[in-house]
Design a protein around this ligand. Sequence first.
Ligand code: MN
Length: 222
Amino acid sequence: MRTLFIGDVHGCAAELDALLEACDWRPVDRVVLVGDLVAKGPDSAGVVRRAREQGMLAVRGNHDAHVLRWHHGQAPEGKKLSKEHRQVLETLTPEDWAYLEAQPLFRRFPELNVLAVHGGVVPGIPLAAQRPEELLNLRSIAPDGTPSKRVDGGVPWASCWEGPEFIVFGHDAVRGVQRHPHAMGLDSGCVYGGDLTALVMPERRLVSVRAKRCYVNVNAPT
Ligand SMILES: [Mn+2]
């Protein structure tokens, strides 16, 4: 059995289909989405529907967590719902919400020695003590060791990660695909007109498809 880890889909359902085809996906293969299934792209509901109907696994991304908070009426006071998130709130079905809600902050695949998470893991802190904030949003480690969600907040956190688990993550479209000794980043910015990327395990092969178009044009991906 193969496992296909797939970077941030962000509602790009057509590209998800194309990537599975490019990987020669079969029902026996396991698919793991590394978070941010929804928001920004054209068909968030289509992505979640595919994920649950095809039995894909996922971890929760910061945008997934954000729309879940709004869905449950737990949005921060005084905050306005952005257009990219309103579209998700208006299109997901109760089954889609149940699927999204069921996805954990991280998943372990011991037989592959892989841990999947959306943002990252702060090196030197036990997994059980990591803050959800970091698991969802981490991008960098400052010279003094401070974790940061900014891409300019220091070096990529994954460059400081020394294992023992190999971590597969997303969330960092600016840096794109990242190859580190003990981690790999898979967010190649599909929704920004880049690629959608899969890591095929156990072969450790990368497969990418080009976005059909640029769905959002922003200078600072969130
Ligand atoms: Mn993200």
